[in-house]
Write a protein of this length. Sequence first.
Length: 332
Amino acid sequence: GTILVTGASGFIGAWVVKYLVEQGFSVRIAVRNDKQGEFIENRFPEYKGKVSHINVPDIEKDGAYDEAVKGVDGIIHTASPVVWSWEDPEEIIGPAVRGATGILKSAQKFGTNVKRVLVTSSTVSILAYDYDGAAKPGLTFDETSWNTLALELKHDKSSSPWLVYQTAKVKAEKAAVDYVEQNKPAFDLVTVLPSYNFGPFIHQTGKDLGSTLGMLVGTFATPDTTGNLTGDWVDVRDTAKLHVLALQNAAIGGQRLAATNGIFAWQDMYDILNDAGYDAPGKETKGAGKTKQNTAVVNTKTFKYFPDFKYHPLEETVRDMGAELKARGFLN
Ligand code: NDP
């Protein structure tokens, strides 16, 4: 079959394409321009004749995905802004929400073969990080909870980019779920909710790595060596594999699946990078991350549906990421 992948030029999307091809799928990628499309089509020899691109320059436009969905059997929608500066919060919330609902509308109208649409949400859609009401040690959340705090926040130009991102993700997921409930398309919807992704990367990058890779590299300049800044994390390869597995598992229509593997502090990553011989910050404060705990997301349902799924351990994820960061000049 053929699967449409959006956001294929990104950190997670690039791995999704790779695993789909490895599983024997043909992949149509929706990108903003030919240059991006051609880069990905030629990324690996095995993509030849298997990966093709279609340009969708503006995912907010009505009917943006009408052509892209024609003839595909399934859709993995990962495209959504993961940036931490903007002029207006609508630059983040608009594409997140209208992209997710727009692709469902197009699929219902023109995607006559589509059996499942998978939308990449985030654990921020489960849990409000970093502000009152959530970050309590020992407290856990699972796939059944919604970040209603971020859902209800009103934003303006002075809002925190982190909270705007949370609102964008939870609104987009909610809008997708509501769309399917109200419009009852022939396909079903699965949302995948990863925590902070780390690991090696195969997408084209510029001076700013963007996404969570950019966040990590940003901390090299102003490191958190107290171990106090923590979050949930997952290997990007595991996130992508879970997307591909979730697309094919008939039993999980309508579910939310968390892709997450525990809590990290930036200092934990510095320790692994330094031990592997890279020049990361936090040499003097080795071990300071280990003792810290915070509110965590647990992926009960994911393990229910994929009991044998093995996540990469943090050491392996960070070592593999270190090699790629060094190869691309972001780490010595
Ligand atoms: P990247 O920034 O690496 O990739 C984002 C992708 O979305 C790119 O392909 C980008 O295209 C596309 N995109 C962004 N904004 C737009 C837009 N306005 N119009 C069209 N395309 C757009 O991020 P990730 O790969 O990390 O994120 C992918 C998805 O996973 C997102 O939905 C994100 O919210 C979600 N996620 C990510 C997590 C993480 O830790 N990284 C954790 C949880 C969820 P282009 O290259 O053209 O900019």
